[in-house]
Design a binder for this molecule. Structure first.
Ligand code: IMP
Length: 198
């Protein structure tokens, strides 16, 4: 079975494709569907609203089952920021490096070398007929001011998951998928998919 994963983030496509492969679900990226559509605006104040907006927009327009995800990093010392602004923390179209530098700067401004933090992921799976499923996952840990590791993407070089002495960027992808917010949310989504007749 084929589903579209509505994201332009190739790091996420890799993770979700890997996780759904063993359940016989083939994940197509928007680019692979080959239909040019203007992206919907991300106007939600929560991960849930943004995932819902993206998934329903694309499944109606493409007439295909579509998965969308919204995720981000919540840093305790920054009162939950960057949160839904994670991908644009340093400004619209900011690169991962720019966002990471901004996070380091914000921590240093507060004379901090680390802060408790969590990654959150919210999935919405929308079917063209209007039926939907959703799930949420989190991974707790801390952020630091010295980037380490080459793997993953986004804030991974600055995030150390609870119980680990390494950053997310130093973990192999399989291990990251097993413990990550997205890995956990996908697992819950798969459990739901097994229960419903779609
Ligand atoms: P979205 O594409 O609007 O959901 O933005 C998600 C943003 O949150 C990414 O651009 C990253 O900055 C951050 N993020 C979400 N998940 C991860 C992760 O697994 N590792 C690192 N950064 C992440």
């Amino acid at each position: 079975m084929k589903v579209v994963f509505a994201t332009s983030n190739q790091g996420k496509v890799k993770e979700v494709r890997e996780a759904l492969k063993e359940f016989g679900i083939e994940v197509l990226s928007l680019r692979e569907v080959g239909k040019e559509l203007p992206p919907p605006e991300e106007t939600g104040n929560t991960f849930c609203e943004n995932a819902y907006q993206k998934a329903t927009y694309y499944s109606k327009a493409l007439e295909l089952p579509v998965i969308a995800e919204d995720s981000g990093l919540e840093v305790e010392a920054l009162n939950g920021l960057p949160g839904v602004f994670s991908s644009r923390f340093a400004g619209e179209n900011a690169t991962d490096e720019e966002n990471n530098l901004k996070l380091i700067e914000e921590l240093k401004k507060r004379n901090l070398t680390s802060s408790p933090a969590r990654y959150v992921s919210f999935f919405f799976f929308s079917f063209p007929k209007g039926f939907g499923l959703w799930s949420e996952g989190e991974v707790k840990g801390k952020v630091i001011v010295e980037p380490k590791g080459e793997g993953g993407f986004g804030y991974d070089p600055l995030f150390i998951p609870e119980g680990y002495g390494k950053t997310m960027a130093e973990l192999p992808l399989k291990e990251k998928n097993r413990i990550s917010h997205r890995g956990r949310a996908i697992k819950k989504l798969i459990e739901l998919l097994k229960k419903v007749n779609w």
